[in-house]
Design a protein around this ligand. Structure first.
Ligand code: PLP
Length: 427
């Protein structure tokens, strides 16, 4: 038995499913999850001392690669001064200034401890600001696990959403309308009917939780126009795309300005951090300035601010995001060439340092249905063959992949060699 198998067996005694977040359990790909004990640069190292080129990057934060020396030093320096004060620090102001300067739509920002908290708080704020209860989200988008957001479309989308998790009250879910991603006509029709009840539209500007689906041309612009028309708050959930697809996030990449944005992952540099912010007039509704309550014992935690600020400084150097994007493009081109040579239908998507892989005959991937039509069984086999070849992909056909700035020539060769062997065995 491998060490990972032994550890997974013991983990299941006291941790539900042996994991602290479901996707880690490898249920979508089968087999035993790898237990890691170390990570450096572009690699994760498992308990059996096997090294893998990492395309998960802790689900997005590790854009600089693992254990970046400057990030670790910043955390070590802060460590000498204590772990948490529950009182304001100079670093929080520095962080707020940096986030607001990198993302101009952010006039004010509040730090929290996860992406879930960021989106949950942004929704409450939008509801408090507008005095409306309903929200619109899109099928296949994930915004964390708060009650309002674990909802799928009911039989008539215009009427009511239904919970997608046990424990979410139906009374709550009915305020969430779920529409098809990239379908502006559905948004127009819904707002024409119930626009006066809708507090906000929340969207992943690049959908990264149903693999990786870029917005159709005009979709984000259309959302902006519809929100303006109906007095609805537009929220970009940039927990995944923020500081990754461009320094200024997807809103900079696509040139569409939301009212509120949520961030996580990179903004904490690998520590538990999220934040939300946007228009001053909306943000001023938050306590202690306004009536919308929101708080957190560890919000703005000094260690987390040290890791996040250093990460944001390092990724702000000119050319950083172009390099990240270039590696990603070259790697995906290499994968497509090898799949083609092996006669395997294979499609990729990419926005900057974020990508999707599909075993599919489709020309392009732009809807939830396109994603669902891909060959998940083939992905499962590919995933395990790549693992055997020393490459760690996201253990699900419905998650985006991430590259880091330290993925280079060596990792490219390792990845493409492993893929060539994997494609040959998939035939
Ligand atoms: N929003 C998006 C777009 C995400 O991808 C995620 C997590 O992957 C979240 C929100 C929730 O963030 P967290 O897992 O930090 O709670």
């Amino acid at each position: 038995m491998s060490r990972s198998e032994i550890l997974f067996n013991s983990a299941q005694k006291h941790i539900p499913g042996g994991v602290n977040s479901p996707v880690r359990a490898f249920r979508s790909v089968g087999g035993t999850p790898l237990f890691f004990k170390h990570a450096e640069g572009a690699y994760v190292i498992d308990e059996d001392d096997k090294r893998y080129v990492d395309y998960v990057g802790s689900w997005g934060p590790m854009i600089l690669g693992h254990s970046h020396p400057e990030v670790l030093d910043a955390v070590r320096r802060q460590l000498e001064h204590g772990l948490s004060y529950g009182a304001p620090t100079a670093m929080e102001t520095e962080m707020a200034e940096r986030v607001c300067s990198l993302v101009p739509s952010m006039e004010m920002v509040r730090m929290v401890s996860s992406g879930t908290e960021a989106t949950m708080s942004a929704l409450r704020l939008a509801r408090g600001y507008t005095g409306r209860d309903s929200i619109i989200k899109f099928e296949g988008c994930y915004h964390g696990h708060s009650d309002s957001l674990l909802v799928k479309a009911g039989s008539g989308a215009l009427t009511q959403g239904v919970p997608s998790s046990a424990g979410v009250p139906a009374d709550f879910a009915r305020h969430t309308l779920t529409l098809p991603f990239n379908d502006l006509a559905a948004v127009e029709a819904t707002l024409a009917e119930v626009g006066q009840q809708v507090a906000c539209i929340i969207v992943e500007p690049v959908a990264g939780n149903m693999n990786c689906v870029p917005p159709a041309p005009g979709f984000l612009e259309g959302l902006r126009a519809q929100c303006d028309k109906h007095g609805v708050v537009l929220i970009f959930d940039e927990v995944m795309t923020g500081f990754r697809v461009a320094l200024g996030g997807a809103q900079a990449h696509y040139g569409v300005t939301p009212d509120l944005s949520t961030f996580g992952k990179i903004v904490g540099g690998g520590m538990p951090v999220g934040c939300f912010g946007g228009k001053r007039a909306i943000m001023e509704c938050i306590a202690p300035l306004g009536p919308v309550y929101q708080a957190g014992t560890l919000s703005g935690n000094p260690l987390a601010m040290a890791a996040g600020l250093t990460t944001l400084k390092l990724i702000s150097r000119p050319g950083f995001h172009d390099e990240l994007s270039d590696y990603t493009r070259t790697m995906l081109e290499g994968l497509r060439e090898r799949a083609k040579a092996a006669g395997i239908p294979f499609v990729t998507t990419q926005v900057g340092g974020m990508f999707g892989l599909y075993f599919s005959e489709a020309e392009a991937i732009s809807t939830f249905e396109d994603v669902m039509a891909s060959d998940v069984e083939r992905f499962r086999k590919f995933f395990h063959l790549m693992l055997e070849g020393g490459v760690y992909l996201a253990p699900s056909a419905f998650e985006a992949g991430f590259t880091s700035i330290v993925h280079g020539e060596t990792e490219l060769r390792l990845t493409l060699d492993a893929a060539e062997r994997a494609f040959a065995r998939l035939k």
